[in-house]
Design a protein around this ligand. Sequence first.
Ligand SMILES: Nc1ncnc2c1ncn2[C@@H]1O[C@H](COP(=O)(O)OP(=O)(O)OP(=O)(O)O)[C@@H](O)[C@H]1O
Ligand SMILES: [Mg+2]
Length: 287
Amino acid sequence: MWEGDAPSARKRSAAYAAWRPMHGGTGFVRAGFYRQRGTQWTTEMANPPIKNGVPALEIKNLEAWYGESHVLHGVDIVVQPGEVVTLLGRNGAGRTTTMRAIMGLTGARKGSVKINGVETVNMATHRIAHLGVGYCPEERGIFSSLSCEENLLLPPALKTGTPGMSVQEIYAMFPNLAERKNSQGTRLSGGEQQMLAVARILRTGANLLLLDEISEGLAPVIVQALARMIKMLREKGYTVVMVEQNFHFAAPLADRFYVMEHGRIVEKFGASELKEKMPVLNELLGV
Ligand SMILES: Nc1ncnc2c1ncn2[C@@H]1O[C@H](COP(=O)(O)OP(=O)(O)OP(=O)(O)O)[C@@H](O)[C@H]1O
Ligand SMILES: [Mg+2]
C-alpha cells in the first residue's frame, strides 16, 4: 500500500492511523464516513459557516504525548479563515505532532483546539474531520492498488451533497493527474502522489487544510505546481496550515509564520516582517 518514497515504519503506521479513524475504521468507502450519527451529510457540516471574527483554528496551551513521551509543551497558534500559515522548525521540533494533535491522533492531548469556535480537544478524530478539517500526512497514503482516478473517487460518495471539488476541477488544477488518471497508484511519481494526496482531501469538502511537508523531496517543477495550488486555494478562501522544511517554498506563500523548537512556539511573525526576521530564522533554522 505504501509505495514510492519508502517511508519509515513510524511514518507508515502514522499514515494508517491518520486514515483509519477519519474514515470509519475499515477504509473510507464505508457509508459512515459520509454520514454523521445517521444524519444525512450536508453542505453545512462539510463547510462550517465562517463566523465573523472566529478563527478557523485556535490552539491554546496544547500539550501532547506519545505514550510516556511528552512532545508538545503548550503550543499556541491562531489561524484566521482564509489565511495561509506556515509552521517552521528543525527536524523533531514537533510540527507533525502538532498536526496529529489537532486531529486527535497523538496518544494523549491537553489544552484547547477550537475549529471554527468548536472545542475539539475531547472529540474523536472522525468527528474533527467532519468539522471540515483535511489532514494530508507526510506519508501521503495513496492506495497503490487503485488507479489515480479511483483514489480520487474514493472519498466522494458525495452524492449526499458535500461540496468537495469535482474530479474535473481537480484535473483542471492538476493536469498531470488527468494524464495519469488510469495509472495505478504504484506507478505515480512522488510528485504525482503528492498532488493526488492533496487532491483527495479537496474532494471531501474540507476547508481547513493541514499539509505536512508537501514539497519534501520533490522536483522543482512539481514544487512550483504545488506553490500554484496553494495560491489558488488561498484565492478560493481555503484556510491552510503548512508544515515546511523548505523555507524557500513557504516564504512567498504564507501570510504568517510560526517557528517551533522542542515542542514550543518560539517565534511568530507576519509576511511583512520576514526580512527583518531573517537573522533569527537563520539562527533557528539555518536558512
Ligand atoms: N510515534 C512516536 N512515538 C514517540 N515519539 C515520537 C513519535 N513521533 C514523533 N516522536 C518524537 O516527537 C518529537 C517531535 O516529532 P515530530 O514528528 O513532531 O517532528 P517534526 O517537527 O515533524 O520533524 P520531522 O518531520 O523532521 O521529523 C521528536 O522527538 C520525535 O522523535
Ligand atoms: Mg514532521
